[in-house]
Write a protein that binds this ligand. Structure first.
Ligand code: ATP
Ligand code: MG
Length: 433
């Protein structure tokens, strides 16, 4: 007879009577009379008890059940205060679907060992909790943009132009050609599409040849980007704030259990939803850094990580820092008419030292100005012809931003490193498994 399997969570909700579940052995211990197996599935864990008197002929099979074996179990469920999750199943029948011997991951293993065994470590409670939060974050981004009337749009990953700095490009061998790169951003291929769809977004991988290993850079990360026609600089900042608020709202609705498993202090996440973000210009930021942190930075220098961290740790919500000096920012950012030394670009700096989460700007819409800026940054405008057409035929005010999805996940989860925010992290030192 085919059994109807329920999830462990459903079995616990049923609370009594006969249930059939399937999952993997999380923990096991036993004697020659009793065996306790804690089974886990994607929803919960539950203690299951095998008694030798019920399984005289199959005891050696039960005795051999090890961590991470896959089991189907039928039994009687009941409340039991002593069991780890408050319920216990008294096993009446079982099948070992997939055996497991000497699962390599136990307690107290080094970070390197766990990274080498990432494919197995994904099953851990920590990684499972992260993966669930990750799923919520991706869903919330999608939901936010769709709800605001944005179309989902896709740009190529093989690209013939670059826009975020040549030193961080991954060149690929494209049938012998050496001038093709993996996308660092969708932007140059997104701007042409706003003339068709006006408001667009994507969630896609971006690739950056980051030379050093840091706690917030990956060489392959997921990038949520938006671009909109007819925008003002204020619109771009507003969407960034509303998007982050929406993501945090959904995580707090759906993932309290996971945050608890990760030991994350939820009171650090609540202000992101309830309080307005802090707006300041780069020039104000320099003043605050000088007055409150004793850091004297010459006007015109980009903020370094340490300075961003100090600044953002003064608040419990992100700082939206705007109007950076023109020369430290990309060629496509619009000069601010009110202060032409600066551009209408902004970075969202997360509290608790999690650093930059979003980078965005109003885009320069004037053809001659953008050509001039390209030349100033050492680029050849002729290679950007297709892009420059966006400024030739019906150019309009527009802007957009990019959000690093793993940066958000790391922040939500409170992880020390961004590596824990993605199933298989890639950085200069880590590209396997
Ligand atoms: P940083 O100064 O931290 O290197 P950036 O200025 O290079 O960031 P942008 O080019 O503005 O970043 O990219 C948009 C967003 O993409 C950033 O705000 C960040 O959240 C994310 N991001 C950028 N580089 C990486 C990376 N190497 N790994 C993970 N996320 C990244
Ligand atoms: Mg960078």
């Amino acid at each position: 007879m085919a059994q109807k399997y329920v999830s462990i969570l459903q079995a616990m909700q049923q609370g009594s009577g006969s249930v059939s579940i399937h999952g993997w052995v999380w923990r096991e211990r036993g004697s020659n009379k009793l065996k306790f197996v804690t089974l886990r599935d994607s929803t919960q864990v539950i203690q299951c008890v095998f008694e030798a008197v019920d399984f005289a002929s199959r005891w050696s099979e039960i005795d051999k059940i090890q961590v991470e074996a896959a089991l189907e179990i039928t039994g009687e469920i009941k409340k039991d205060e002593r069991a780890p999750t408050g319920y216990e199943i008294h096993v009446t029948d079982f099948t070992v679907v997939g055996k497991s011997e000497n699962f390599p991951i136990g307690k107290d293993l080094s970070v390197e060992f766990l990274a080498d065994n990432r494919h197995l470590w994904l099953r851990s409670r920590k990684m499972t909790a992260m993966l669930k939060i990750r799923s919520t974050v991706f869903g919330a981004i999608d939901e936010y943009f769709k709800g605001e009337g944005f179309y989902e749009y896709h740009s190529p990953i093989f690209q013939a132009v670059q826009c975020e700095g040549g030193s961080e490009l991954f060149k690929v061998d494209y049938f012998g050609r050496k001038d093709i790169f993996l996308a660092q951003t969708w932007q140059l291929y997104a701007e042409p599409a706003i003339f068709a769809l006006e408001k667009i977004y994507t969630i896609a991988p971006s690739f950056r040849a980051e030379k050093s290993v840091t706690s917030r850079h990956l060489t392959e990360y997921w990038h949520a980007e938006m671009e909109m026609a007819w925008s003002t600089f204020a619109d771009i900042q507003m969407h960034g704030e509303k998007l982050l608020k929406h993501i945090f709202t959904r995580v707090l609705e759906k993932n309290r259990g996971e945050l608890e498993i990760l030991g994350r202090d939820v009171s650090k996440l609540e202000p992101i939803v309830t309080k307005p973000f802090i707006h300041m210009t780069y020039t104000d930021a320099l003043k605050i850094l000088k007055e409150k942190c004793g850091m004297d930075i010459e006007w015109g220098k980009d903020l370094r990580t340490i300075e961003e961290e100090r600044l953002s740790s003064l608040y419990d919500v992100p700082v939206i820092c705007s109007n950076y000096p023109k020369k430290v920012k990309a060629f496509y950012m619009k000069e601010d008419p009110a202060d032409p030394r600066t551009v209408q670009g902004c970075d969202f700096l997360a509290p608790e030292g999690f650093g930059e989460i979003i980078g965005g700007s109003q885009r320069e819409e004037d053809l001659e100005e953008i050509k001039k800026r390209l030349v100033e940054q050492g680029e050849k405008p002729e290679e950007y012809e297709f892009y420059l057409d966006t400024r030739r035929y019906g150019s309009v005010p527009h802007g957009g931003f990019g959000l690093g999805v793993e940066r958000v996940i790391r922040w939500v989860c409170g992880f020390d490193t961004i590596k824990d925010a993605i199933p298989f992290p890639r950085n200069p030192e880590r590209f396997k498994p």
